[in-house]
Design a protein around this ligand. Structure first.
Ligand SMILES: [Zn+2]
Length: 158
């Protein structure tokens, strides 16, 4: 039991720290298969978007629902212990995200946020396929924003 817990814990920790979280890899692979070419974690672009498609002027972020504080999402619950610590931490992350998105938007980027709740779950592969289709439609459109969450896209046209 202890070993399982340790593995799970380190898996969680690497998910937090690593730039290659699983949903991100799946999204990348899906985009590649659909013929899109991109750069990943491009540090020359403010906020280092997870995926950048220069041809489409598009920056894609894949957000973990907990760390990025996905309000209203069942995957975002503040832990019952160290509550203040977590509230402060998630709050900082949200402020940072807002700053990055505002900057990118102001400098002419189109922005897509994919929340992990759109992908995770029993039918992960289907969810990935759906998400790739949504991204593809968005890339070919003239819409500035795309947010994908729990299988229902919200498109805001600015
Ligand atoms: Zn979520």
């Amino acid at each position: 039991m202890d070993i399982v817990n340790k593995e799970k814990r380190s898996e969680m920790m690497s998910g937090i720290r690593s730039q290659n979280t699983k949903p991100e890899i799946l999204i990348r692979k899906g985009l590649f298969k659909s013929g899109y070419r991109y750069r990943i974690n491009n540090s020359k672009i403010y906020g280092k978007p997870d995926i950048v498609l220069k041809k489409y002027n598009a920056a894609i972020f894949i957000h973990g629902c907990f760390w990025h504080g996905h309000i209203g999402c069942k995957n975002f619950k503040i832990p019952k212990s160290n509550t203040k610590f977590w509230i402060d931490k998630i709050d900082r992350n949200r402020k940072r995200d807002a700053e990055v998105l505002n900057f990118l938007h102001a400098t002419g980027w189109r922005i897509c946020i994919i929340w992990e709740c759109a992908i995770r779950g029993k039918s992960q592969l289907k969810n990935i396929e759906k998400t790739i289709r949504k991204i593809s439609r968005w890339l070919k459109s003239d819409r500035v924003w795309l947010e994908v969450l729990n299988n229902s896209p919200i498109m805001i046209h600015i």
